[in-house]
Design a protein around this ligand. Structure first.
Ligand code: NAD
Length: 498
């Protein structure tokens, strides 16, 4: 069986540990590799390598640092197909979708190649008599990223690209469920010209995360994963004096107004609800049609589309939806569907019990559709993270807006309408971080930024865009004058501009 090692000081190594965890192929349910789990000594080795390499990297001029990203982007493009297949084999998503995963990360590496422009700082000529003032953005030193299973290329690239372009060394702790692509990316970064030690990868679960959160040489931590762990990471890293941003789970609502194009809204719901088997933090899991007639129409439009969905392994290019990540996840989804029935929702399409010939042990779950869901039901309250779409009927636009706003999560939301006034009102009032107007999955492009509100994000500053450069640097402001500008004698008054 293949062994996936850590990537420390420019080489792949299984480190000091004797512990390994199996990495499964979700389509077949078979173990296909084992990943080494890091000990504290492995993490310390990664930090030591980062600490040794970082000062020289920070002293390298920003344009030279940026050139590494031009090479890195070219190498990822060169290996795109191979990376996508490797990603699909461990995650289960279709190869096309895996390419999307890599590409949306790659775009942030492209953005990072332009980081010199954002690192320039500020200068005021004559901020006082004979006084000039300038602010610099300096790297934090060593940053760390802890990432979820569902985007094993995109989210690591969102974090490591701006962090490294800004002059930091970076330690990545990817999901232990699909760890191969992150290690391949670290290898490609070295091939692109990144000095060894600037990007290290360590694998593992809670113990290595705790090691990162408590490590006194790590200055900033970025986390993406489920809300309970995001809260924990936020509180623990902050208690250890670190800069921290922690992005959590989601329950994204899509409002369908009576004037919307129902066919297009149904297409959008199918892709956003069932794409990647619902394992996206920007998946739409709640459809909120306004008015009974709209609800009936959207359900009627969804049903045949669900029946036509092609479910299968990533190796079958016709597949539109793959398996979920683990047997435990499959069982959890089935239990939640059961709870929806027990709590009174109408199960319109039941995705449980799906088996595919030749893939009987795979973690396939068919798409489920619930109607008449209410805010008290577990299928509404829980982040299912599977191919289950709930329809909550709303009487008015205000009711639909209130439902969305009362939900504890605030990652993404969308409205489908032809009415500009309603769309504008929605975008202005809704308390959610990313809003789509006739766009079901409104993931911002690399030079804007990504982040939710409420229980979907803790801490400050978003992923990528200008925010990311701010997150991975700190400001130093210099006030300077020269002897000709200094008056004789001591000054006892606090300096003012009177
Ligand atoms: P997860 O929270 O289980 O794991 C995320 C990371 O935390 C992994 O690296 C994991 O090894 C580590 N971890 C797991 N248990 C831990 C513990 N007890 N203590 C410390 N660290 C621990 O999440 P997941 O299942 O890998 O990913 C799915 C979740 O991520 C969903 O909730 C999804 O909404 C969320 N997500 C959010 C965003 C966003 O931007 N808001 C993006 C993608 C995924």
């Amino acid at each position: 069986m293949r062994t996936i090692g850590h990537f420390i000081d420019g080489v792949e190594t299984t480190g000091n540990g004797a512990e390994f965890q199996d990495v499964f192929n979700p389509a077949t349910g078979e173990g296909q590799a084992r990943v080494a789990l890091a000990t504290q000594a492995d993490l310390d080795a990664a930090v030591a390598s980062a600490a040794a390499a970082q000062p020289q990297w920070a002293a390298t001029n920003p344009q030279r640092r940026a050139r590494v990203f031009f090479n890195f982007v070219a190498l990822i493009n060169r290996d795109m197909q191979e990376l996508a297949e490797l990603l699909s084999a461990e995650h289960g998503k279709t190869v096309d979708d895996a390419r999307g995963d890599i590409l949306r990360g790659l775009e942030v590496s492209e953005f990072a190649a332009g980081a010199p422009h954002l690192l320039k700082g500020e200068f005021t000529d004559g901020a006082g008599p004979g006084i000039d003032m300038y602010s610099m953005r300096q790297p934090i030193g060593i940053g760390a990223g802890i990432t979820p299973f569902n985007f094993p290329a995109m989210i690591p690239l969102w974090m490591l690209s701006p962090a490294i372009a800004a002059g930091n060394a970076f330690i990545l702790k990817p999901s232990e469920r699909d760890p191969s692509v992150p290690v391949r990316l670290a290898r490609l970064a070295i091939e692109a010209g990144l000095p060894k030690g600037i990007l290290n990868v360590v694998h593992g679960g809670k113990s290595v995360v705790d090691g990162i959160l408590q490590h006194d040489q790590i200055g900033a931590v970025s986390f993406v994963g489920s809300t309970p762990i995001a809260r924990y990471v936020y509180a623990t890293a902050a208690a250890h004096g670190k800069r921290v941003q922690a992005f959590g789970g989601a329950k994204n609502h899509m409002i369908i107004m009576p004037d919307a194009d129902m066919e297009k809204a149904a297409d959008a719901l199918i892709g956003a609800g069932y794409g990647a088997a619902g394992e996206r933090c920007m998946a739409v899991s709640v459809a909120v049609p306004v008015g009974e007639e709209t609800a009936d129409k959207i359900i009627a439009a969804l049903k045949p589309r669900i029946d036509r969905l092609k479910i299968g392994p990533a190796t079958d290019l016709a597949s539109e939806m793959g398996p979920v990540i683990t047997q435990a996840s499959k069982d959890r989804i089935a239990a939640l569907v059961e709870s929806g029935i027990a709590q009174g929702a109408t199960l319109v399409v039941d995705g449980r019990g799906l088996t595919l010939q030749g893939y009987e042990k795979g973690y396939f779950v068919g798409p489920s559709l619930f109607d008449n869901v209410t805010a008290e039901m577990d299928i509404y309250k829980e982040e299912i993270f599977g191919p289950v779409l709930s329809v909550v009927r709303a009487s008015t636009y205000e009711d639909a807006l209130k439902l969305t706003m009362d939900n504890p999560y605030g990652n993404g939301t969308a409205i489908f309408t032809r009415d500009g006034d309603t769309a504008r009102d929605f975008a202005a009032r809704v308390n959610v971080g990313m809003v789509g107007i006739n766009v079901p999955v409104p993931v911002p492009v690399a030079y804007h930024s990504f982040g939710g509100w409420k229980a979907s994000a803790f801490g400050d500053l978003n992923q990528y865009g200008t925010d990311s450069i701010k997150f991975w640097t700190r400001t130093k402001t210099v006030t300077a004058r020269w002897p000709s500008g200094i008056k004789d004698g001591a000054e006892f008054q606090f300096p003012t501009m009177k």
